[in-house]
Design a protein around this ligand. Structure first.
Ligand code: C2E
Ligand code: CA
Ligand code: CA
Length: 731
């Protein structure tokens, strides 16, 4: 339905127009003198000298008032009156006549004359009558106008009510619907007629019936309508394509009593007639609320519960276990080498892997157990049902086994390990946070001692954990207090029995623990930014250790240093390295940097460029731990790589499996094909050495020849070599 407000406004302007008159009389002098008198007040006057002329004028335009003579040639006044009546012309007729027979008068009145004057008449009286007629006319016009307005306003309200997105209704005293608007169809799936005459309670969701009853019985008055209430309304699912889906609709209801108003005394208390109300669909809002609650309690990536939910459940479980005297188990899970995967494959793939890990773990637990993702590659599992240590152990084993099947990332097989720390309530602690902290600590112990396994918390761990926390601050102190040192491990060409290279390996002379190996602290250093300071320190120390020694300078031995991913990613790399080399007086062609494949896989293009800059300056690049990453040999073709270091794990396989030996042969063959130097690292036995030599891989590093040694020992060996007395025979 359309409502035109403009039309209405136009019509309301009509009432201010001056009144229009038609004076009809065949007696010309009488007519003219009348017109002259009338014109003093009403300028719009038209004249007609007989009935015919009058009718044709009336057809053409509208007159507010007609002063009509009865006796005229060519159609009398009667006939004009009849015409006006038949055609339902809106006008007021005052008759002036010589005839005053009662018949004539009554006939004229019957035909609709407003007033009748007998000739001769007093103009004052006529004028008075005209005023009255016009007054009446105006009142009628106003009435019509008001009527129009009312109709219009009624239309408008009906329109607004029916097209409101809210459900608007009226209930009678019995609580039955007497009116509902169109929204009922969209909101609840009912036709309006379905509700009329039915009791409201039929449409209230069962669980809300009581609430509704209270509301409807409360005959609230105007001043108390502010309060709203939330309810579920039953939907019509009979004709729906998805029956029983969303069979209730959440609404927000605002209702009030309807009272008759006493027109004489509006303040007087009047009688209750029923209830009027507006129900608003709040399903969208409810959905949003649900989503927000979901987000607050779930990890959006894996859809697992998050830390907040786990803490809630743990608290609940602890309360219950306290009452029943039972035990409960908390496990802390952390994926090993996940950072490596993120670095090599990028975050998108890393995220996919996490989702798959979550799915596999979820399959291994019972309903009632809570598996949560705490963030990154950390998960936590709560077994709230009474569980023995033995049972917990078998759960841990199942979880580990579930992740041991390979994952496929971008067509590559990837193996994942997980470290699990377990703590038991109430043995290990009765406090939520301590329980979690203990499981976390146990997990770290697994990582430190070998990875891929599980350990129960015990109080010996406490000490070890305290140590770890102090690593970062410890390293800062170590830099300041000169607790760091470099050990040197020679790389030997077995054909000539001469040292051709040396790897600089960091050691920490810890004030309490003595000489500490890098496996203990490098990972921590990489997680904090301190690694970059360490790298710089190493370069500086290598320069002072070796490049001040004449035998070493003369030997032509290359020194290799290990860099970490954050060194390479640094925005000033490689220029900073080149500058440092120059500053410390290290000749670029005597320096090699060792990096692992994964360090540059995430952004090959940028890395290639950086390595090219180094290479152009004469610095060599070695790929460390080759074969353990997720990349292939093929990229070596593109990169300015000089050396490949075959990882220790492959070398140790030479004696143990045919496959291992074949793999080493393949790596060596490929590198030779690409014209890249090869170093075998971690060579521990004669058999390994012989096999490698047969393959043509002559440069080796390992305990078989020499362990990493302090700078003094290393320089002694170099001095002996320069006099021709080589002494590298065993570690
Ligand atoms: P890497 O670069 O693979 O270094 C070789 C490691 O293998 C050294 O351990 C070395 O002592 C050990 N090794 C050498 N020959 C043998 C052998 O025959 N058998 C066995 N079982 N091991 C052998 P280290 O010195 O403990 O270093 C461990 C790792 O720490 C290094 O692995 C390297 O990744 C890192 N690292 C060491 N120094 C630095 C450094 O200055 N900066 C950075 N970023 N990382 C360093
Ligand atoms: Ca290395
Ligand atoms: Ca290595």
């Amino acid at each position: 339905m359309e409502i035109s407000l403009i039309n209405f406004e136009e019509k309301s302007q009509q009432k201010d127009k001056p009144a229009s008159f038609l004076v009809v009389d065949d007696d010309i002098p009488a007519r003219q003198s009348l017109v002259k008198l009338l014109q003093r007040q009403w300028p719009d006057i038209t004249e007609a000298s007989d009935g015919d002329e009058a009718i044709s004028l009336i057809k053409q335009r509208q007159f507010n008032l007609i002063i009509l003579d009865l006796n005229m040639p060519r159609k009398s006044g009667d006939q004009v009156l009849t015409f006006i009546k038949q055609k339902k012309i809106e006008t007021t007729v005052i008759v002036i006549s010589g005839e005053t027979s009662i018949n004539k008068v009554t006939e004229a009145v019957r035909l609709g004359a407003y007033d009748i004057f007998r000739k001769p008449y007093s103009f004052d009286e006529l004028e008075h009558s005209i005023h009255n007629a016009l007054h009446k006319l105006r009142i009628e016009e106003e009435k019509a106008h008001i009527q129009k307005r009312l109709e219009h306003s009624e239309q408008l309200h009906r329109y607004m009510v029916n097209n409101s997105p809210d459900l608007i209704y009226i209930l009678n005293l019995e609580g039955e619907f007497t009116f509902v608007n169109n929204s009922v169809k969209k909101l609840l799936g009912y036709e309006r007629a379905d509700l009329i005459g039915r009791h409201y309670s039929e449409f209230i969701a069962d669980e809300d019936k009581l609430k509704a009853e209270y509301l409807f019985n409360e005959r609230r008055r105007e001043s108390r309508t502010k309060r709203t209430i939330e309810l579920g309304l039953k939907c019509n699912t009979a004709n729906s394509s998805k029956p029983f889906q969303n069979s209730t609709c959440p609404i927000e209801l605002n209702s009030m009593g309807i009272y008759t108003v006493d027109s004489k005394d509006p303040k007087k208390l009047s009688s209750y007639q029923g209830t009027y109300g507006v129900a608003r669909d709040i399903s969208m809002r409810k959905q949003a609320e649900k989503l927000i609650t979901y987000q607050a309690y779930h990890d959006l990536l894996t859809k697992l519960p998050n830390r907040a939910m786990l803490l809630d459940r743990l608290e609940l479980a602890i309360n219950q276990a306290t009452r029943t005297g039972q035990t409960l188990i908390v496990m802390f899970l952390d994926l090993d080498r996940f950072k490596l995967i993120n670095d090599s494959f990028g975050h998108v793939v890393g995220d996919q892997l996490l989702v798959e890990v979550a799915d596999r773990l979820k399959n291994e637990i019972r309903t009632g157990d809570t598996l949560a993702r705490l963030g990154g590659d950390e998960f936590m599992l709560l077994l709230p049902q009474p569980t023995t240590r033995g049972q917990a152990e078998s759960v841990a084993q199942k979880l580990i086994a579930s992740l041991q099947q390979p994952f496929f990332l971008r067509g590559k097989e990837v193996y994942l390990n997980v470290s699990i720390g377990i703590s038991v309530y109430p043995d290990d602690s009765q406090d939520i946070n301590t329980l979690i902290k203990n499981a976390d600590m146990a997990m770290y112990e697994v990582k430190a001692t070998g990875k891929n396994g599980y350990i129960f918390y015990n109080d010996k761990l406490e000490h070890a954990a305290a140590e770890k926390i102090s690593i970062e601050s410890g390293l800062r102190k170590a830099l300041k207090n000169d607790e760091l040192e470099i050990f040197y491990q020679p790389q030997l060409d077995v054909k000539t029995r001469r040292i051709v290279g040396v790897e600089a390996l960091l050691r920490w002379n810890h004030p309490q623990f003595g000489l500490v190996e890098p496996s203990y602290f490098i990972e921590h250093a990489e997680e904090s930014a301190i690694i970059e300071q360490l790298s710089e320190w190493v370069l500086h120390r290598v320069a002072t250790d070796l490049f001040g020694d004449q035998d070493f300078i003369d030997s032509g031995i290359k020194v290799s240093i290990n860099l970490s991913a954050s060194d390479i990613r640094h925005k000033e790399f490689p220029e900073s390295l080149v500058a440092l080399t120059r500053e410390h007086g290290i000749q670029p062609d005597r320096l090699e940097i060792e990096i692992t494949e994964n360090m540059f896989m995430s952004d090959i293009e940028a890395s290639t460029h950086k390595l090219q800059v180094l290479s152009n300056k004469g610095i060599s690049i070695a790929i460390d731990d080759f074969g353990t990453g997720y990349s292939s040999l093929s990229y070596l073709r593109e990169l300015p790589v000089h050396t490949v270091k075959i990882d220790y794990s492959f070398i140790s396989e030479i004696e143990h499996s045919k496959k291992g030996a074949a793999l080493v042969a393949a790596i060596v063959g490929m590198a030779q094909g690409l014209g890249i130097d090869i170093i075998a690292e971690g060579v521990e036995s004669e058999r390994q050495s012989e096999y490698l030599e047969e393959l043509g891989c002559n440069v080796m590093q390992g305990y078989l020849f020499c362990r990493p040694v302090a700078v003094g020992d290393f320089l002694n060996t170099v001095a002996q070599q320069s006099t021709g007395a080589s002494s590298l025979t065993g570690g």
